[in-house]
Design a protein around this ligand. Structure first.
Ligand code: HEC
Ligand code: HEC
Ligand code: HEC
Ligand code: HEC
Length: 312
């Protein structure tokens, strides 16, 4: 081989070697600088401050030796892996009630007792992308054209309704109000739920299971998520879904949230006994296609100005 060729090959090898080294360095740097490691270190420091070396030396030592690690809850039955607790690491620790997110204690500790984290995880109630270990990837904010978003605050009860069919038993006021609105506004005139109602519009029995890609998002003003689609669709079906025969409904923000929570709770997922709340003997869900004799009567108890705002 010519000398020049050998020299060129040698240079190439050296350059390649250097590039590999730099890439390795970048990978190493990124690995030690992961978002979640920062939060876990913050947690460790704060915990050390709270426990104190003198008050509880043994525990103090244990915290000193804490190493950053991925934490996850695997729920076989739903085939989900929730890593939310990797960052929300002190979600059950009452010492962190005043901390900033993601270290703040859960606002409803009783809910976590009734639905233990190691059995339920987080995404069954909150939505989001369980496997992700970044703030962005977990879908705290809507990701453009990405179907899995965190459930917005006003719609949290939609998830309770996935499993709890007796809304009164868990005092799910929004689901109760949403179902009453469904009757009062005669939605069942056009929509069926579990065989009850008309068939002008789509069957809503499994509305929560419907993939977000089924919804035309291009006419939305706000974020392109299924939950926002439902909310904007109520106020202007023709804009959101051109050619729709559904009319617009003038509702208060609270009523929109209630009705949206209700339709987003309608699913046909089968849970095993482990995840199915017991129903009291003789429980029958109320029919949705009964036309209430006096429109506004039911939900007006929850919200006095319902008649005025609905202009019924
Ligand atoms: C990389 C770390 C990280 C992971 C992983 C993570 N979070 Fe968060 N989360 C945060 C931070 C940081 C905040 C606070 C954001 C703020 O102050 O606006 C937050 C806030 C929240 C909030 C409060 C509402 C909000 O949007 O501000 C909820 C609810 C929440 N997270 C749920 C979840 C769930 C459910 C998961 C798993 C799917 C998850 N988080 C995974 C870091 C994380
Ligand atoms: C049984 C359902 C359920 C489970 C399971 C659950 N949460 Fe929640 N979570 C709620 C409800 C309901 C709220 C209150 C939302 C509101 O303020 O209206 C809430 C509130 C929160 C908030 C505060 C939101 C805010 O804006 O202040 C955070 C953070 C949070 N949850 C994180 C988690 C994480 C992390 C997990 C898993 C370890 C989890 N939750 C498991 C139902 C649940
Ligand atoms: C994955 C299904 C599932 C989801 C989602 C869910 N729960 Fe539950 N919940 C259960 C199961 C299972 C129990 C255990 C009680 C039982 O066996 O009847 C329970 C128990 C409870 C209890 C205790 C009272 C009782 O009936 O034993 C309350 C209150 C409750 N849930 C409220 C809620 C609320 C509020 C939400 C929404 C934020 C919610 N649940 C979301 C399945 C679920
Ligand atoms: C006059 C008949 C009619 C009435 C009454 C009506 N809808 Fe609709 N609805 C439709 C039609 C048609 C569609 C399909 C076109 C579209 O997306 O707007 C639809 C779509 C929907 C969708 C989206 C379903 C999907 O799978 O894409 C929801 C959710 C919905 N309606 C809820 C309601 C609720 C809640 C009410 C009562 C407040 C209601 N509708 C009243 C005709 C009606």
């Amino acid at each position: 081989m010519e000398k020049a060729v050998i020299r060129r090959l040698t240079t190439l090898c050296i350059v390649c070697g250097l590039v590999c080294l730099v890439l390795l360095g970048v990978a190493g740097f990124r690995d030690t600088n992961r978002e979640w490691k920062y939060y876990q270190e913050d947690y460790r420091q704060k915990l050390l401050g709270k426990v104190g070396r003198d008050k509880n030396p043994a525990m103090y030592q244990r915290i000193v030796q804490m190493k950053p690690e991925l934490k996850q809850v695997v729920v076989g039955e739903w085939q989900t892996v929730d890593r939310c607790v990797t960052c929300h690491i002190s979600i059950e620790d009452p010492l962190f009630a005043q901390a900033a997110q993601p270290l703040k204690t859960h606002p409803h500790p009783e809910l976590l007792k009734q639905h233990p984290v190691e059995k339920f995880g987080c995404t069954i109630c909150h939505g989001g992308q369980g496997l992700a270990t970044t703030y962005y990837g977990s879908s705290h904010e809507t990701i453009h054209n990405w179907p899995v978003t965190l459930v917005s605050k006003g719609l949290m009860q939609s998830r309770c309704g996935y499993c709890h069919k007796d809304f009164e038993a868990i005092k799910a006021d929004k689901l109760i109000q949403g179902r009453a609105l469904f009757q009062e506004l005669h939605c069942a005139g056009c929509h069926q739920i579990n065989g009850q109602g008309g068939a002008v519009g789509p069957d809503l029995s499994g509305f929560a299971d419907k993939d977000p890609s089924n919804f035309p998002m291009e006419n939305l003003k706000g974020s392109r998520s299924k939950q926002n689609w439902v909310i904007e669709h109520f106020s202007d079906p023709q804009r959101v879904s051109p050619g729709s025969s559904m009319r617009a409904y003038a509702m208060s923000e609270r009523q929109v949230e209630a009705l949206a929570s209700y339709v987003l709770s309608l699913n046909q997922r089968e849970f095993t006994r482990k995840y199915t709340p017991k129903l009291s003997a003789g429980f029958v869900p109320p029919r949705v296609d009964t036309v209430l004799p006096e429109p506004g009567l039911n939900s007006s108890q929850a919200e006095p100005d319902v008649k005025k705002e609905l202009r019924l």
